[in-house]
Design a protein around this ligand. Sequence first.
Ligand SMILES: Cc1cc2nc3c(=O)[nH]c(=O)nc-3n(C[C@H](O)[C@H](O)[C@H](O)COP(=O)(O)OP(=O)(O)OC[C@H]3O[C@@H](n4cnc5c(N)ncnc54)[C@H](O)[C@@H]3O)c2cc1C
Length: 385
Amino acid sequence: MDFRIGDEQRMLADSVKAFVAGEILPHEELVERQGFVPEDLFQQVKRKSIEAGFYALNMPEEHGGGGLGSLERATVEVEFGRATRALQMICNRPAPILKACRGDQIETYLKPTIRGERMDCFALTEPGAGSDARAITTRAVKDGDDWIITGSKQFITQAMRADYMIVFAVSGVDETPRGPRKRMTAFLVDKDSAGVSVAPLKCVSNRGLVSTTIGLEAVRVPSRNILGEEGLGFKMAKAWIFSGRVMLAANCVGLAERAMGMAATWANTRTAFGQTIGKFQGTAFKLADMAMNIHAARLMVFDAAQKMSLDCLSQREAAQVNLFASEMVGRVTDEALQMYGGLGIAEDLPLQRFWRDARVERIWEGTSEIHRDVISKDVLAEFAV
Ligand SMILES: Cc1cc2nc3c(=O)[nH]c(=O)nc-3n(C[C@H](O)[C@H](O)[C@H](O)COP(=O)(O)OP(=O)(O)OC[C@H]3O[C@@H](n4cnc5c(N)ncnc54)[C@H](O)[C@@H]3O)c2cc1C
């Protein structure tokens, strides 16, 4: 496959890069120090990204979104990946699962979200169910034309800002030949519904991107707010999970390139024992490994994105690209920090932030262990005797 990007894609990458440099990077330190994005800054970045046409790039054009294909999206995500998630996620790429909106949901949820008037968050994980998503216990019980949802969610990104949530709940149990199987349903739940509570959960990665815990205490939701079909929520979530894994990998490439750029510049200027540290092979070879691994991750991202656009990306390939890129950015930011010596760990420089931010990449879109599980099972099946 040929991954050389064409003129249009290059222009898109350049304009996102310029947007990130001009509208996002100058505010990173403030957000990091405060641990949240001040409201006026949030509105400013949102407004400017809408004006620049970088808002809801992943959503269908027919509803006002950017309508980008997977390759173009991956190009954009590499550029956004250079910046802290706390700010670049304001240029919202709503949960792809929202494409399942139908009927009134399109006017009430999808289109206002694409226009930046409403904001979603994706609420699957629970205190007792992360990797093992089927273990969720939040339940939805039918009551006339409504459902009553009770349970709790954990680590939900952006729920403080969001005004509605895509909540996964168990809406029943099916008897199958392999035993009872939970029916999972996705609901669109307005955050101001009675019984919803949201509290912040502090994390060391992307400090300004506030995670949350959500309480759902007998929350009444009308049947028309079921996203997709009752009982098919999990199937739907799985169908969209690949895109999250590939785009996260693209973000990792962007952050790793930024860290390598700083490390290489430093290696060309910092002197020790009478020469710049880049002249020591021990330092120079770190840069060689960074460049090679970033390149490999980039190729994997564009290969996966191309396969996504052709609808032929396998679960194993999605796991491989996410695993490789997330571990790669961990190594690159760690080595870049090391090349700065003591200054690497100093709060005044952003390297320690890159290093902290990179850490979550091995967890939040599927842990490294889960990816290895998926990949190894596929390899074993391929060579089954
Ligand atoms: C900052 C942040 C933001 C997040 N945002 C969201 C969000 O917006 N919405 C949402 O729904 N979720 C979100 N998550 C949750 C995220 O998807 C989970 O953290 C992730 O799936 C892992 O689940 P867990 O944390 O419960 O860990 P667990 O599943 O409890 O795993 C604990 C450890 O056990 C290992 N393990 C588990 N099963 C296996 C296995 N089969 N084989 C080998 N090892 C295994 C894991 O790899 C891990 O090392 C977020 C998480 C973080 C940290």
